[in-house]
Design a protein around this ligand. Sequence first.
Ligand code: ATR
Length: 286
Amino acid sequence: MALKLAVFGNPIAHSMSPLIHQHFAKLHGHEISYERLLVEGSFKEAADAFFSSGGLGCNITVPCKIEAYEFAHELTDRARIAKAVNTLKRIQSADGNERYIGDNTDGFGFYSDLLRLNAPLQQAKVLVIGAGGAARGILPSLLSKEAALSELTLVNRTVSKASQLLQGLDEVLLDRSEAKCRACTFDDLLPDDHYDVIINSTSLSVSKELPKIPDSIYTHAAFAYDLYYTKTGSTVFTDKASSLGVKACFDGLGMLVGQATLSYELWTGVRPDIGATLDYLRSELG
Ligand code: ATR
């Protein structure tokens, strides 16, 4: 019987997740169904209906990740740190009751994409722009011992959000590297500041706007990544970085596929390769 899977969110019509997971299933010879489910009322009600009709697992996107976090009976460390769940799986406990495991695969998706793209992270000075939910998802991997950054600057329009985010992570991260961290506003960024890697985690690219950072910050950087993705693989942010000489500029489609590989593994026990599905998606989008 086909594994019953879905993605919940609002809006949801644009979600690429069905395409990605169907492609994984094709590559691995699995039979799945994967629907987009629009959540207009409570996430809990929608999820209860899905699981009681045989659902095995689901992805959760904006704005339901916090409700999914509250819905889960058990959380992975990643989900606990992110305080948000993007993947649920139904399991049966020893006493025969249904239980839901909540995971957050966004950070893994991001980090595995950076590794795939050979981002120069070791001993790097990294600028992360934006301190919302997306930044919360990616910061734990950037602050891990494995990434081994030398400095991380978190710039946000509302600096208190950036400071609170860094402070909150400091309290929960177990394998925190020695990276020096600071939170600042856009006005604190100086034209002479040097960052090897710049990452845009704001929602600005959606409306084709650029973060207010000095041009010279792009000029000094070797690698630029936008968490937003487009059909063409470039965003206003990666276009700007590229025009100012950044050699390696990428949108977030690889991160999207990366987070999906780990969700798929949670449901099926098999972790698909990012590259093969990324090529397929680009051709479908094109
Ligand atoms: P959420 O915070 O709801 O999880 P997100 O997309 O992860 O959403 O984060 C939105 C980010 O984009 C925030 O860092 C936000 O800055 P504030 O915290 O100051 O709101 C940033 N952002 C959105 N619009 C912006 C703008 N016009 N200029 C600068 N930053 C902006």
